[in-house]
Design a protein around this ligand. Structure first.
Ligand SMILES: *[C@@H]1O[C@H](CO)[C@@H](O)[C@H](O)[C@H]1NC(C)=O
Length: 500
């Protein structure tokens, strides 16, 4: 929208328009008021925005103007005239004349005008003498005419000649021809830009003048959304899983019962991970009540008495522990639900599942640990899968991330046997660093679900935060997640591309 011009100038302009019959040229107004033409244009535009106060028709005209050199000549005389006036009666060496600023051009013009003569045979080098006492400096006279605004008194040919000498230039001037409009008035009433609730309530809108909408105006550029680096890296991991033929699991429940989070995974009820030092318990609703009863019974049995070739943990399994609602400590709880569902199918079909979602642990917060983070998990179930299949699929997965050197280290997890920590060689740090955890789900977990004998399930997991921090060079996790995040970091983080 056009900025409102100086009101004083707007009113002066209106007074001028009122006084004339016909109209006014905006350039003439600018000259007579001694203000910049742009200021008058501004006043015209803001009057136009008020409706039909004035009518302004754009026109363009050409006129002649002196160039910088033209102005100098108008003031001090043409180069040739200055040459003549600088030569004394006894003449001047040509070399000396040439040293003067106007010497070269002035010399040749003065020669062709026959105002000077050159004596080449003079001892001490060529010497110049003037041949006239008084001269008519026509070039200067013409320029002075143009300067006075009387360029029309010169012939076209003369003007073009001066233009060729770069003393004159023809400029196009855009101006407005201003006349009174149908609502002409010398006082301006401010137009309302918005219809307010008060105006409607008081009825004052009836007396107000409203500014018409400008549908041609450009809208304000929107600041569009930016994805958080975690979401960008998540997209890449999701892409890798999809390329490998995996299906995403539904992870849309942060709250889980201890049953699905721990018991179904054959994690004993005394396990320290089930303590409030490690897990967040819900106070309302504190308990879950809906479980598949026969499956729950098989889980109780395998914990307390054993079965399926296992001696179990030999303790008094309590439903009250399994009922406790918690913030899920891993997305493996979702994998357990999915594998149970798979076991309920009439005929088993092999599956490849993945999930990337948030989990919660009662951690002591520091630069690399938060009480919530994202877990990436891959699960494959089929007849006869071995540790070799797990190693193979881990190589394939990490290769797609650009990680080629892998090592596996035996480890302990409550619900996998065997279990392996996954290490990769870090070229920058020149050492092996842990990149994930993996294993084969225990039969004590799979068989009570109802999966057929001979079906084995391999799984691996890693956090989303760690690769993201490495990718975006973030050293403190609190700069990535939480109230200390600088939004500029989110805006500035580029698209995530894995160097595979
Ligand atoms: C988290 O653990 C600490 C001890 O490590 C404990 O004092 C605190 O109550 C726990 N928080 C919750 C919400 O359970």
């Amino acid at each position: 929208r056009h900025r409102m011009a100086d009101t004083g100038l707007v009113e002066t302009l209106l007074q001028r328009v009122e006084k004339v019959d016909g109209g006014l040229d905006s350039q003439d107004v600018a000259t007579s008021l001694g203000v910049d033409h742009q200021a008058i244009v501004g006043a015209v535009k803001s009057l136009q925005a008020l409706g039909d106060v004035i009518s302004a028709e754009q026109r363009s005209s050409k006129h002649w103007e002196l160039t910088g050199e033209g102005c100098e000549i108008a003031e001090q005389g043409s180069h040739e005239a200055r040459v003549v006036s600088s030569i004394p009666e006894e003449g001047m060496p040509q070399s000396q004349l040439m040293k003067l600023a106007f010497g070269k051009v002035g010399f040749s013009k003065a020669m062709s005008n026959k105002w000077i003569r050159l004596d080449k045979g003079h001892e001490g080098g060529p010497r110049i003498f003037k041949t006239v006492e008084r001269l008519e400096d026509l070039v200067r006279d013409k320029l002075l005419l143009v300067q006075k605004g009387q360029a029309s008194e010169l012939e076209e040919k003369e003007k073009n000649e001066l233009k060729k000498r770069k003393l004159l230039s023809e400029v196009t001037v855009k101006s407005y021809w201003i006349t009174k409009g149908s609502c002409f008035s010398t006082t301006i009433t401010k137009q309302e830009t918005e219809l307010t609730t008060e105006m409607i309530a008081s009825g004052s809108w009836k007396e107000k003048k409203f500014k018409p909408y400008n549908f041609e105006a450009m809208g304000v550029a929107l600041d569009c959304g930016h994805l958080h680096p975690l979401m960008k890296v998540r997209t890449q991991f999701r892409q890798i899983f999809l390329e490998m033929g995996f299906t995403e699991m539904p992870t849309n429940n942060f709250i889980e019962s201890s049953f699905w989070n721990f018991d179904s995974l054959f994690q004993p009820q005394q396990h320290p991970a089930r303590d409030q030092h490690d897990t967040f318990f819900l106070s309302d609703p504190a308990q879950a009540h809906e479980f598949p009863q026969d499956y729950l019974e098989r889980v109780r049995k395998v914990h307390s008495e054993g079965g399926f070739g296992s001696q179990g943990y030999k303790y008094d399994w309590k439903i009250e522990e399994a009922q406790k609602n918690i913030l899920r400590t891993h997305t493996t709880a979702v994998s357990a639900r999915m594998l149970y569902k798979l076991a309920q199918q009439e005929k088993f079909t092999p599956v490849k599942y993945f999930s990337i979602d948030r989990v919660f642990r009662n951690e002591t917060l520091d630069a690399t640990h938060l009480a919530e983070f994202h877990q990436i998990e891959g699960v494959v179930a089929d007849f006869g899968l071995t540790l070799g299949d797990l190693m193979g699929i881990l190589h394939q997965f990490f290769n797609k991330l650009g990680i080629t050197k892998l090592r596996f280290k035996p480890a302990y997890n409550p619900y996998t046997e065997p279990s392996m920590e996954v290490f990769s060689y870090h070229e920058g740090l020149k050492k092996w660093v842990e990149v994930g955890n993996s294993g084969m789900f225990r039969p004590e977990m799979l068989l009570p679900m109802g999966l057929p004998e001979g079906v084995t399930v391999i799984a691996w997991g890693l956090s989303l935060e760690r690769p993201t921090m490495i990718k975006y060079g973030i050293n403190n996790i609190r700069e990535l997640v939480g109230h200390k995040v600088n939004l500029q970091m989110v805006y500035d983080s580029p698209v995530c591309r894995l160097d595979s």
